[in-house]
Design a protein around this ligand. Structure first.
Ligand code: ATP
Ligand code: MG
Length: 414
């Protein structure tokens, strides 16, 4: 036998129930977004690497160590997208979606790639459904975005804590940054190597470090909410008021910073109680459009991690009942069975035609094995009388019915 080839490390197949769970989660999120009048945008999987280094920030984990980058045959530096927002913003600018003066509500779905250490809920290819609102500073939008995340969790029956914070703006964040650096410098020796490097370059990242000693230090750091300017304070207060009006439960976490550099003002994360990991996360990025060469455009959004949500979905809705059509006899019966199967499908009934030959007993065994709920035998006698045995494979009960009656019976079930 030849050598077997496996999936690449950190990549995986979604088979059967897993694939159905994937579709279930994505469909639920899409429905909620469509209801909120978001429009889908389908984006390329690869972008120029500099789109991500410029947007996500070069002192972030994603850019420093997690990106899948390569050169194409023309020597261009290209990356498999590690997230979706940068691509949406690139498309927004490239296609001048700002030109008509309306704000845009867009959503995307697809694979993201990050070279991380694979573990439960962390893969090198994973999927996100993300939503972005571009062109508004109104805190109503912040509240509605968080409300959508809350809706997703409720619809999927997932228990999570919504943590929120404000990261301020260009006016107030520098003062906080300074205060944070001053505090962290006193603890330089206790910080992990990565954080010692981050100290001057990107001190806010230290608040997101997963190393235990850094976490302890971060817990006593100055809080950004004490440094917000009046505008950011008001914005944050309004977001909280609107969330309360919507009955969205949240907790304030003044140390929440997110893993990407482009955020400003509101940020939030939904942390699963069961997994202890973030399943949906997002926030405002009021400078990103301008930084990527577009007109100044405040914006915000979130991304939902499909695999992590899948881990938390316990039950899938039952599939439609399956009927197994068994041709019994020769060519004539096969052709009739072929037509009957087609007719049932046209009626919306989930139908499989048997490709097996042989004894009826074996056929019924096969039907049970593939999870069929009913079987119909199409033989010479049945064709002559116009009546067919519809066998319930769970109760073993059998009814002799016309094709029309079979269709009605099965339709009433699904
Ligand atoms: P974490 O802190 O867990 O690494 P993150 O801050 O890097 O998350 P985001 O970039 O905000 O995550 O992505 C949004 C969501 O996408 C996460 O909350 C998570 O559900 C999911 N996600 C991120 N990275 C992965 C991964 N490697 N595998 C599976 N899901 C992921
Ligand atoms: Mg990460």
């Amino acid at each position: 036998m030849s050598e077997k080839i496996k999936t690449v490390r950190g990549f995986r197949d979604l088979i059967g129930e897993e694939a159905r769970k994937y579709r279930f989660v994505v469909e639920k999120i899409r429905n909620i977004l469509e209801k909120n009048n978001f429009e889908e945008i389908i984006l390329p999987t690869v972008e120029y690497t500099k789109l991500f280094t410029r947007s996500i920030g070069d002192a972030t984990d994603i850019v420093e160590k997690e990106m899948f980058t390569f050169q194409d045959k023309g020597g261009r530096d290209i990356a498999l997208r590690p997230e979706g927002t940068a691509g949406v913003v690139r498309a927004y600018i490239e296609n001048k979606l700002y030109a008509d003066g309306t704000y845009k509500k867009l959503y995307y779905e697809g694979s993201m790639f990050r070279h991380e250490r694979p573990q439960k809920g962390r893969y090198r290819e994973f999927h996100q459904v993300g939503a972005e609102v571009l062109g508004t500073i109104n805190p109503l939008a912040d509240a509605e975005i968080i409300k959508i995340a809350d809706d997703i969790l409720k619809t999927l029956q997932i228990e999570a804590t919504i943590e929120i914070n404000s990261l301020g703006c260009k006016k107030c964040r520098p003062k906080y940054r300074e205060a944070l650096i001053n505090y962290l410098r006193q603890h330089r020796e206790e910080l992990c190597e990565d954080c010692q490097r981050r100290l001057e370059k990107n001190p806010l990242r230290i608040l997101d470090c997963k190393v235990e000693t850094c976490k302890v230090i971060a817990q006593k750091a100055p809080k950004i909410t004490d440094y917000l300017c009046d505008e950011c304070k008001t914005h944050y207060r309004q977001v909280k008021e609107y969330l309360k009006a919507l009955n969205v439960e949240f907790v304030e976490n003044p140390y929440l910073v997110r893993g990407l550099d482009y955020y400003s003002k509101t940020v939030f994360e939904c942390v699963s109680k069961e997994l202890g990991k973030t399943v949906i996360a997002g926030g405002r990025y009021d400078y990103l459009v301008e930084e990527l060469g577009g007109p100044p455009t405040p914006a915000l959004g979130f991304a939902a991690g499909v695999e992590r949500l899948m881990l938390l979905v316990k039950e899938l809705p039952p599939k439609k009942p399956l009927v197994f059509i068994i041709p019994f006899g020769g060519e004539k019966e096969k052709i009739e069975a072929l037509k009957i199967a087609e007719k049932l499908r046209q009626e919306g009934i989930r139908t499989e035609l048997s490709y097996r030959e042989g004894k009826l007993k074996k056929q019924f065994e096969y039907a049970a094995k593939i999870g069929a709920d009913f079987a119909v035998v199409v033989g010479e006698n049945e064709l002559q009388s116009g009546k067919f045995p519809l066998k319930n494979l769970h109760t073993r009960e059998q009814k002799i019915l016309t094709l029309e009656e079979i269709i009605q019976t099965l339709k009433n079930l699904s």
